[in-house]
Design a protein around this ligand. Sequence first.
Ligand SMILES: [Zn+2]
Length: 330
Amino acid sequence: MTAAEARAAMTAPGLIRTVLGDVPPEPWGITNAHAHLVGGADTSKPPFDTTDAAELIMTIEDSLPELEEFARAGGFCLVDLTPMGMGRDPDALVRASRETGVHIVAGAGIYHEAHHPEAIAGLDEDRIAGMIVREITEGMDGSGVRAGIIGEQGTFTGPMTEREKTVFRASALAALETGAAVTTHTHLGRNALDQIDVLTSQGLPPDQIVIGHLDDGEPDLDLIREIIARGAWAQFDDIGYEYYTERLEIQMTTDVVRARKLARLAEEGLCDQVILASDFGMQRHLRARGGPGLVVLADGFRKTALAEGVPVEILDRCMIDNPATVLTMK
Ligand SMILES: [Zn+2]
């Protein structure tokens, strides 16, 4: 067996690696490219706060009805990006996919430095890359359930730290070895271009890079244009969320504003590199608690965007075709 054959046996070139196995990217359907069906952040570390503890725990019992509703509205796939050490539960993702019929792709993620897991302490980029590769080829947390994307790889409010750069370089190496894409958490869009620079410095093609969280506040179209010009994907991550966040001290933007920005990008012919997602994962997001729910991407936001003049083909491209392209392993 050649090295290329050995790699192909462990990965899935041309296929999407879900928690239930590898599937072809066609036919594909509405995909939420960023959510957390199960998780619980360490609330002793920023930006979380111990007062957030109950708010930040998401259980499979909370999220299953939401996923069912997403499926009924046409939801086809969900990408679960709960990072290592933040309450990730691969077996629960398997159960959720079986019970709802929604394809679930799991992320091999390492959040920003305050939340770097013990397991990477002191490891250099090659060893961290090896850990990420094993999550994709063997399984996560000893479960045998394999990740299909790398992320959400995080940075925080300040400049990228040296350790974060190490993790990003490791992620690029793992992406090159497995063919999986890297998806990121920029924290209000900050460090977006630095993230691309560090990932591409290892030779990772920019079309394997998704830059996330570009719509927490009002989307910065100049930044989005620059990300797209560099060949990476620009992702809106907060579809449905319009609240004031005490933790981040920002008023999130609105879906109407997101839709108008999307319409502008569509006019400029840039939506071939835009992805829409709804970073579900807190109690306030639940329909049962008055939130917009997981369904918002497939239902409410589509209506808002159509009313704001976004063509349906653009919505389908950003919710179906583009995520399918990103999730298809190289
Ligand atoms: Zn997230």
